[in-house]
Design a protein around this ligand. Structure first.
Ligand code: ZN
Length: 113
């Protein structure tokens, strides 16, 4: 099993969609999707808070409460994802092994395993 480009040894390889034949896709756990969304919202809230501190009289109470709530949510989701991680790894490995055609992003070289 090779996860590097045979031509330039770059690890930046991407799977090429196989024509015909069922392609197994890795199962992305819902906790990861929610975690990414929550982190995105948290970043947004933090940015708004910082902007309000700079341009106004500081972040409002509602905003502060919302930031704390989302932060706690991120921690919970992080923990849930941590529990899903072993399954996710197995699913990803299954996908990598079933994937026969690869393409290198560095040198555009395509090959089949
Ligand atoms: Zn390459």
């Amino acid at each position: 099993m090779q996860y590097r480009c045979p031509k330039c040894q770059s690890p930046k390889i991407i799977p090429v969609a196989q024509a015909g034949g069922p392609t197994t896709r890795p199962v992305v756990p819902k906790s990861l999707v929610f975690l990414i969304s929550a982190i995105f919202i948290l970043l947004l809230l933090v940015l708004i808070s910082i902007a309000m501190w700079i341009f106004g009289d500081g972040a409002g109470t509602t905003l502060q409460v919302a930031t704390v709530v989302i932060f706690v949510l991120c921690l919970i989701l992080g923990f849930l994802f941590y529990r899903d991680l072993p399954d996710f790894k197995i699913s990803m490995q299954g996908f990598m092994q079933s994937q026969k055609k690869w393409k290198c992003r560095e040198c555009d070289h395509e090959w089949e395993i």
